[in-house]
Design a protein around this ligand. Structure first.
Ligand SMILES: Cc1cc2nc3c(=O)[nH]c(=O)nc-3n(C[C@H](O)[C@H](O)[C@H](O)COP(=O)(O)OP(=O)(O)OC[C@H]3O[C@@H](n4cnc5c(N)ncnc54)[C@H](O)[C@@H]3O)c2cc1C
Length: 412
């Protein structure tokens, strides 16, 4: 293994500075206006003003070379390491719109990674090129309503070969981004094997264009009462959905291979964005606690507020270091060795960010839970991160099994 360098490299420093500046000066100031537009007109379409704001910011980012940082460990794009990218993800995560402006948002980055690594040149031309250009969006459909999807071996969507086609039947839900009118392609996890096939070779990944006949968007799932329009998390039915056999990615039975390649880096990106959200919440909390007075003193000086602020700072620092270590493990090229580290941070980062955001909400009083600060929205999205990409318990299980394996040769 190489020396563990978790610092900001010479290559990263100017990029980080440019992203930080753009998030602070260009994105955060227009974010509330952008989000408020959702309530004007059709919730599942973007208003002209939203398009103007978003596309204007994207064009600026691209002109300044701040685009598609996510393709780590590759000679294409920036060739950043996961550690370097993690710092950028933290900065982008400080704004709700941040990741999309730099074409680094979920679920597209993970999906683009699948196209880049596993798909044919023709599929890349058709889907990856417009994704890299920020012209279309995509969704990743694994979770199903009828099975415990934290154990992906349960995934049951049927996929049968008929001549030169595959025919899909079943339901998916929590398909993030499927509401976006720009979302044109789904990567769908399906069951192609049967009980006689080894458990981890029963599943496959298939490309399904969103407008394929038989795909029916049933409803938008709500997150604590919000539909997250126009992005949305959809419940989708597939009824006799036919796609050409070339749409199968890698081959039958290789679904787990594809999902592992997709989820590892994606989880680190989520975690670093969560740390960015925590930093932003702490900044807002400190400013508020100095500005507002009660009982003759700034809030910061009342009760246990010094301790709360100190604890938030310490928790963020610990989480960031753990995240960078997980990123560094990824950079060593052994995904299996990195997995328990990714699991550790996937538990820690959302918990820390959620706690810090909750303390910030408290310091703001009633305004903290309202639409007047970004805190309530951030809290909700961080809470979902304890479920999305694997619930806490599943990752704790992975960490514990890895730990116990040190003392026994047997699988536990
Ligand atoms: C906002 C949001 C966006 C999402 N986006 C997507 C998406 O784009 N694509 C997609 O495919 N999915 C998405 N998901 C779904 C998410 O990945 C699943 O909800 C998650 O994998 C858990 O699956 P499940 O809901 O079926 O829970 P279940 O598998 O039913 O698990 C429920 C609970 O059981 C317990 N449990 C499970 N395993 C263990 C264990 N080993 N030890 C102890 N307890 C355990 C845990 O408490 C767990 O939370 C999203 C979810 C949310 C909330």
């Amino acid at each position: 293994m190489s020396d563990m360098n978790l610092g900001i490299t010479e290559k990263l420093a100017p990029l980080l500075d440019a992203v930080r500046t753009m998030v602070r000066d260009d994105i955060l100031p227009v974010e509330e206006e952008y989000l408020a537009e959702v309530d004007k007109g059709d919730r599942w379409e973007y208003t002209p003003r939203q398009v103007e704001i978003r596309e204007g910011l994207k064009a600026k980012a691209r002109e300044n070379g701040l685009w598609n940082f996510w393709l780590t460990g590759s000679d294409k794009g920036y060739g950043l390491s996961t550690v370097e990218y993690a710092y950028l993800a933290e900065e982008m995560g400080k704004a709700h719109l941040g990741p999309e402006i730099f074409n680094c948002s979920a679920p597209d980055t993970g999906n683009m990674e699948v196209f880049e690594r596993y798909c044919s040149e023709e599929q890349k031309d058709r889907w990856l090129t417009p994704l890299l250009n920020g012209e279309i969006r995509s969704a990743y459909l694994m979770t199903e309503p009828d099975v415990a999807s934290s154990d992906a071996t349960n995934i049951s969507m049927s996929c049968k070969r008929e001549g030169d086609e595959y025919v899909l039947n079943g339901e998916k839900w929590w398909s993030s981004g499927a509401g976006d009118p720009r979302c044109k392609i789904y990567i769908v996890m399906v069951k192609t094997g049967d009980e006689n096939t080894p458990k981890h070779q029963r599943h496959s990944m298939v490309l399904v264009p969103a407008d394929t006949p038989g795909v029916e968007k049933l409803r938008a799932m709500q997150v604590y009462g919000h539909d997250d329009a126009p992005h949305g998390h959809f419940h989708i039915r597939f009824k006799d959905v036919r796609v050409p056999s070339e749409n199968l990615i890698l081959g039958e039975g290789r679904g787990f291979e594809v999902s592992q390649g997709r989820l590892g880096p994606g989880r680190i990106h989520h975690c670093m964005r969560a740390i960015g959200q925590a930093e932003h919440a702490l900044e807002l909390m400190c400013q508020r606690s100095l500005r507002r007075e009660a009982f003759g003193k700034p809030l910061a000086q009342l009760g246990a507020n010094y301790d709360i602020i100190a604890q938030c700072r310490m928790d963020i620092e610990m989480a960031r270091l753990l995240c960078l270590k997980a990123a560094w493990m990824m950079d060593q090229g052994d995904a299996k060795a990195a997995a328990p580290w990714i699991s550790q941070i996937k538990v820690v980062a959302p918990l820390v960010a959620l706690k810090v955001t909750d303390e910030a909400v408290q310091m703001f009083g009633a305004q903290g839970i309202s639409q007047d600060t970004p805190l309530a929205r951030a809290w909700t999205s961080l809470r979902t991160l304890r479920l999305a990409d694997g619930p806490d318990a599943v990752h704790r299980r992975q960490v514990a099994r890895n730990e116990l394996r040190k003392y026994t040769q047997e699988r536990v």
